[in-house]
Design a protein around this ligand. Structure first.
Ligand SMILES: Cc1cc2nc3c(=O)[nH]c(=O)nc-3n(C[C@H](O)[C@H](O)[C@H](O)COP(=O)(O)O)c2cc1C
Length: 195
């Protein structure tokens, strides 16, 4: 399919460009959530999987602020900004958790320190001191000194399944190009937007 019919095809082209030109982590994206009170919240995460059927996946702690917000209100918006290219990609859609098998496969691919860190961090909750975190890391490193480090039950992937994907390209005089793909049954409709 051409990139006029398939936003995933356009995303792959743009992501390849970003990999070639961004100095660091082109897979970094902002994820915006809102809890039951409707108040927005936003932070950066790393895209770890993407594609039709896959949507856009990141991994985190389900008990973190974003985790509890997504459990209460499973919708999110994602934003990539590739400054070196003058491009942004905006994505919106419902959110679900990846399968246990997919989460295990990704968790097992991470380095040992990150797997221990996932156990040691009560992400987004108050931390008494840096020393308390270091003690927790040491305790879990001792507990899982040999063999596989299991995946914590509260650590998994969230999948944003896009209903809308907008590609924004900087142009002179603020006459930027905006291409908005909207999910339409099994396909997508494309419209241009004023900048
Ligand atoms: C470039 C970048 C990438 C990040 N990637 C992740 C990630 O993949 N998962 C994650 O849980 N936090 C990641 N973080 C940290 C989050 O931005 C955030 O501090 C943390 O997840 C807690 O957010 P919350 O309190 O809103 O849940 C990243 C931060 C930066 C700056």
């Amino acid at each position: 399919m051409t990139s006029d019919h398939d936003p995933y095809a356009q995303f792959e082209q743009w992501f390849a460009d970003a990999r070639a030109s961004e100095p660091d982590v082109p897979e970094a994206m902002a994820v915006a959530t809102a809890g039951v009170d409707g108040a927005p919240n936003v932070r950066m995460v790393l895209m770890k999987a993407r594609g039709p059927g896959e949507g856009f996946v990141f991994y985190t702690n389900t008990e973190s602020a974003k985790g509890t917000e997504l459990t209460a209100n499973p919708r999110a918006a994602l934003l990539f900004h590739w400054k070196s290219l003058g491009r942004q990609v905006r994505i919106r859609g419902p959110v679900s958790q990846v399968s246990e098998a997919q989460a295990d496969a990704y968790y097992d691919s991470r380095d040992r320190g990150s797997r221990i860190g996932a156990w040691a961090s009560k992400q987004s909750r108050p931390l008494e001191s840096r020393f308390a975190l270091e003690k927790a890391v040491a305790a879990y490193a001792a507990r899982y000194a040999v063999g596989r480090v299991p995946r914590p039950p509260y650590w998994t992937g969230f999948r944003v399944m896009p209903e809308a994907i907008e590609f924004w390209q900087h142009r002179d005089h603020r006459l930027h190009e905006r291409r908005l793909f909207t999910r339409d049954g099994d396909g997508w409709t494309l419209e241009l937007l004023y900048p």
